[in-house]
Design a protein around this ligand. Structure first.
Ligand code: GLC
Length: 562
């Protein structure tokens, strides 16, 4: 079968990200130090020893900037400060210092497509006249119709409704997300310069890298007359043209912006690193991940696919080839703050689509009834598969505890703009953002002294870090042991598939990495014989020399092949 050769192992510090395990913290839901029900920066600092003990390499923080939380913090009012409810810049510095002491790197989220409508620039734009320099930092246009009462184009917002909102003087401004998130005009050099300043601001504070939000959205075709989308109304990656010709998304001109960012990153020692959140077709991903661009790009195909051997084989093989072409490494993601947690996804029927999952959420997770033990078992198998692949794994907070989605949040508690903007047709992403359980009992299960901004389920304590620590069968201990072993096993970036394609069709994924580290995932329905060798770790109990369904094992093979 195919072989992915590897360049020499990277030992230089600048390459730390090539095979890192990055833990995503959603700050408002991680740990609350002052009892106001909202997680904060000192809360993150207090739990860094837990992350060091877990064995991750870096921590990525979702936005913690001043924000009115119209989109959970992805509506940034000031890119160079900390939201007062979450702490201060001094708290941030203390967190970086503690991370440094523990050998953890810190990454932050940069949201360049849009700001908050509370941002000083947008406030200035509202106060200024049409055609003014202040309005040129955003996208203001006159409307259509006799009195300009119709939006300038048919462009929809990703959260539902039109992408244009009218201001009192009659002009409209563009927001591809919520109305509180006006899109920047990236043709304006002032916008470009200001983001360079922001990247330097955090780099100077010791940040090692950036996660770039909506990286494929910045460069828009804003030449007059603006183009209607007509049939092209869907923003799904599969629906975007592969030649960069869409007026809004994934235009080739976006890479010129990132070449400018690369110059900023490379002025540091070690150079700063970035990973693109770009919902684009796989073949378009390499441009974001290139060495003169951001460096790495999220591979959402892995996250979006069912745990099926043929699909996984195809996705993994293509992602490794793409990353190699870009001179990057691939990323592997199972969950993040935007998707239903994978324990729950895997607990649903295997051919469930994204639309089915949205419909399932609207039944409060009751129809169909999720098979949680199956979901857990598959999630454990997926974790060992992901952590054995060459490249970087991104672990979403609580994934290491096996947290399921909280699908039955009361509608009155929902905060996601998707819920609000869709008039109740899409329940949204709050169910994966419920604050973490740290202790078996106590106020908000150890999240803080008080309550939690989203209610936690009554049985949350059974998933608590404290409950699981030391229990060899637990999710947490599986992740800890996998991360400990991974440090000793990962050498270069190569991967060799083992065994015939026929095996894949029967549900078996088997690959080897240097040093005879073999990974075997049985994603089929029947037990399969294990290759000969020493079992280093398995995601579930083995039956003699057989690997049961939905189980992954790591082995040190004694003979090549099976
Ligand atoms: C990204 C974020 C998501 C946010 C959106 C708009 O997709 O991950 O949470 O809603 O961008 O900023």
């Amino acid at each position: 079968m195919l072989q992915h050769d590897s360049p020499a192992p990277s030992t230089h510090d600048a390459d730390w990200w090539r095979q890192a395990v990055v833990y995503q913290v959603y700050p408002r839901s991680f740990a609350d130090s002052d009892g106001d029900g909202i997680g904060d920066i000192p809360g993150v600092t207090s739990r860094l020893p837990y992350l060091a003990d877990l064995g991750v390499d870096a921590v990525w923080l979702s936005p913690f900037y001043p924000s009115q939380l119209a989109d959970g913090g992805y509506d940034v009012a000031d890119y160079r400060d900390v939201d007062p409810r979450l702490g201060t810049l001094e708290d941030f510095d203390a967190m970086v210092a503690e991370a440094d002491r523990l050998g953890l790197r810190v990454m932050v989220d940069i949201v360049p497509n849009h700001s908050s409508d509370q941002h000083v620039w947008f406030q200035q734009a509202l106060a200024a006249a049409p055609g003014s320099a202040a309005r040129e930092r955003y996208v203001f246009r006159d409307g259509r119709g006799p009195d300009g009462e119709l939006p300038p184009t048919d462009w929809p917002s990703s959260f539902g409704g039109p992408a244009w909102t009218r201001v009192p003087d009659g002009q409209w401004y563009l927001h591809l997300y919520a109305p509180q998130q006006p899109d920047f005009n990236w043709d304006n050099p002032e916008v470009r310069e200001d983001f360079h300043t922001t990247l330097r601001f955090w780099s100077d504070r010791g940040v090692a890298g950036f996660r770039v939000d909506v990286a494929h959205g910045l460069a828009k075709d804003l030449r007059a007359p603006l183009r209607d989308l007509g049939e092209q109304l869907s923003y799904q990656p599969g629906a975007l043209p592969l030649d960069g010709s869409h007026p809004l998304w994934d235009r080739d001109a976006v890479h010129e912006i990132y070449r400018g960012w690369r110059q900023v990153f490379d002025a540091y020692d070690p150079p700063r690193f970035a990973v693109a959140e770009a919902w684009v077709g796989a073949s378009r991903r390499t441009a974001y991940a290139s060495a003169d661009g951001l460096g790495q790009a999220f591979n959402f195909d892995f996250l979006g696919a069912p745990l099926d051997a043929t699909e996984m084989f195809t996705i993994i093989d293509a992602a490794l080839a793409d990353a190699r072409r870009a001179g990057a490494t691939s990323t592997w993601v199972l969950s993040n703050h935007d998707v239903v947690r994978h324990v729950s996804r895997y607990a649903l029927p295997g051919d469930f689509t994204k639309q089915d999952i949205e419909a399932w959420l609207l039944t409060d997770g009751r129809e169909p009834e999720p098979d949680l033990p199956k979901g857990m078992r598959k999630a454990r198998a997926a974790a060992l598969l992901m952590l054995a692949l060459p490249g970087s794994a991104y672990v979403y907070q609580g994934e290491e505890l096996g947290l399921p989605e909280v699908a039955d949040l009361d509608r009155a508690d929902l905060r996601d703009p998707m819920w609000i903007r869709s008039d109740g047709r899409v329940k949204g992403r709050d169910g994966c953002r419920v604050p973490l359980p740290w202790t078996a009992e106590g106020a908000s299960f150890g999240f803080g002294r008080g309550g939690s901004w989203l209610p936690q389920p009554a049985d949350w304590g059974r998933y608590a870090a404290e409950t699981q620590r030391g229990d060899k069968e637990s999710f947490l201990e599986l992740y800890r042991e996998a991360l400990r072993l991974r440090r000793t096993l990962v050498t270069d970036e190569g991967l060799e598939w083992v065994g015939p394609r026929e095996g894949v069709r029967q549900g078996l994924l088997h690959f080897a990495r240097t040093g005879d580290w073999h990974t075997v995932s049985n994603l089929g329905d029947e037990p399969v014989p294990l290759p000969r060798g020493e079992v280093l770790l398995a995601s579930g109990p083995l039956t003699g020399d057989k690997l049961p369904p939905w189980t992954t094992a790591w082995l040190r093979a004694t003979a090549p092949g099976r």
